[in-house]
Ligand binder design. Structure first.
Ligand code: GLN
Length: 494
């Protein structure tokens, strides 16, 4: 009988853990304890988790075991996961990677946390992230950088870098993330795991600390496409507390996993394979496309002519929304308040000046500028118009193909510190992911190889609106034929 402390346990997928629990091969408490032990050993060095609370985790695991004993267990009851620290979780410190919220204990659960809890899943802790989800390297966190488990001198990507690194290092079998401009897909690519950004509106944003509300979307991070579907089944669903949450019938996102890919039309945008793409990444993506051809797919050349504008458009719209969303952090209601001040205005200034880091301040300044009288039409309105054109490019492209494929990130994991002093270089790491958010489309990243330094490469699959089941099918069939997703960094097997 497998024991909870065998290395195989932390290597298991959600699906395997679900089966083990159902077969009573282990208990949820044993499983949680196994992960807690591993976190205690590795987290100091990797920095994946900001908060762990073993007593809370084990109490939840005990409740899951009791639920199973009572015959009420669902598929994921007793299975552990980690939550990005952007999700409010009742009684848990919820920092959003910021000094501003370093002492904030959430008084309520985000919709996503509520859904995972209701399924009986067990929270292992809250994961590190770029401050207020602004970043692509997890270096802007007040709690320090996260290290990439494949190479500790490299970034794990961001902003869901803690979630990605935790899953890659086998410190959680799955995690939640959020993706405003690539923050699920890019860190998934850089750490060799899978991540899915759903269609905008599929997962409620209630209780998810807002960055850019028209782009923010929560999604699952895990090691297989099938696990992404299992977790998305739990996370998705209408919620009246988020006005952009869509009223759609519940669906099983894994219903089409077994479908053969014969006849699948894969669109390859020429803009994805242009200057700036690293040769190693290009090679791995081309090999993946060749594999898809073997699986019966046909390749269609397409164009997304306005995609080149997406980073510029995003860096007007996202900061504009952020400057408004972050105005609530004033040191009055919650969050950091300066110890000394002369009057109300001085208190705001000092509290915000001390509470926010440099990248967040940069965004607030840009956002306030583009929204200001006199610049609003020139920047904000213009960016909105271009957003429409970028979205229209995808509508046109999907007339000729079923899914679009390309790289998730132009490079593999870069060195810690390499881009932190050059914001524009950092912003360009999301060149392949941002247009998807601007269009509100779903996108997935799955591992498809390694570069010459042994760092993982991610393949991005973009689907049409609400086509998550097909995307998971496309990803799953590739994972049946290849084993990139099963490779583990050495640190995770210690
Ligand atoms: N890296 C992008 C940014 O810094 C995207 C972040 C995200 O998706 N949360 O804004």
């Amino acid at each position: 009988m497998p024991q909870a402390d065998t290395p195989a346990m932390s290597n298991a997928t959600l699906k395997e853990l679900s089966a083990q629990l159902a077969a009573k091969a282990c208990s949820s408490v044993e499983l949680a304890q196994d992960f807690i032990n591993k976190i205690n050993i590795l987290n100091k060095d990797l920095g994946c988790y900001v908060t762990v609370d073993a007593a809370r985790t084990l109490a939840q695991a005990q409740a899951a075991d009791a639920r199973r004993a009572a015959g009420n267990a669902g598929t994921l009851t007793g299975v552990p996961l980690a939550h990005k620290d952007i999700f409010c979780a009742k009684g848990w410190l919820t920092t959003c990677g910021s000094k501003m919220l370093a002492n904030f204990v959430a008084p309520y659960d985000a919709h996503v946390v509520e859904r995972c809890d209701a399924a009986g899943m067990v929270t292992l802790g809250k994961t590190n992230m770029d401050e207020f989800a602004m970043g692509s390297s997890n270096e802007t966190s007040f709690f320090g950088a996260v290290r990439n488990p494949w190479n500790r001198e490299r970034v794990p990507g961001g902003s869901s870098g803690g979630s990605a690194a935790a899953v890659a290092a086998r410190l959680a079998p799955a995690a939640t993330g959020t993706d405003t401009g690539g923050s699920i897909r890019q860190p998934a690519a850089l750490t060799g795991i899978c991540g899915l950004k759903p269609t905008y509106g599929l997962v409620s944003r209630y209780g998810m600390i807002a960055f850019a509300s028209s782009l923010d979307q929560a999604g699952p991070m895990a090691r297989t496409a099938e696990d992404l579907g299992l977790l998305l089944n739990v996370m998705a669903g209408h919620d009246a507390r988020d006005s952009t949450s869509l009223e759609r019938l519940a669906e099983d996102y894994n219903r089409d996993l077994a479908k053969p890919l014969k006849g699948l039309r894969v669109g390859l945008p020429k803009e994805f394979f242009a200057a700036g793409l690293s040769a190693d990444v290009q090679k791995a993506i081309e090999a993946a496309i060749a594999e898809y051809k073997k699986l019966g797919a046909t390749v269609v050349d397409i164009s997304l002519p306005n995609m080149g504008l997406s980073v510029a458009v995003y860096y007007v719209l996202a900061p504009a929304e952020a400057s408004s969303n972050l105005s609530r952090f004033d040191g009055v209601r919650y969050g950091h308040r300066a110890a000394e001040y002369t009057d109300l205005l001085d208190m705001y200034k000092r509290s915000r000046g001390e509470g926010f880091g440099a990248e967040v301040k940069r965004r607030i300044l840009i956002g306030t500028y583009v929204l200001s009288h006199g610049y609003y039409d020139a920047y904000y309105i213009r960016a909105q118009k271009l957003r429409r054109l970028i979205a229209q490019d995808f509508v046109d492209a999907f007339r000729h193909c079923d899914v679009i494929m390309g790289p998730t990130s132009p490079t593999t994991a870069f060195k810690i510190g390499e881009k932190s002093s050059d914001p524009v270089q950092m912003y360009l790491s999301d060149i392949y992911t941002i247009a998807v958010n601007l269009a509100g489309l779903p996108g997935i990243s799955i591992p498809c190889g390694f570069d010459g330094d042994g760092l993982p490469v991610g393949l991005q699959i973009i689907g049409n609106y609400f086509d998550e089941a097909r995307m998971l099918n496309v990803a799953h069939q590739y994972q049946l034929a290849t084993d990139w997703h099963q490779r583990a960094p050495a640190v995770s097997q210690g």
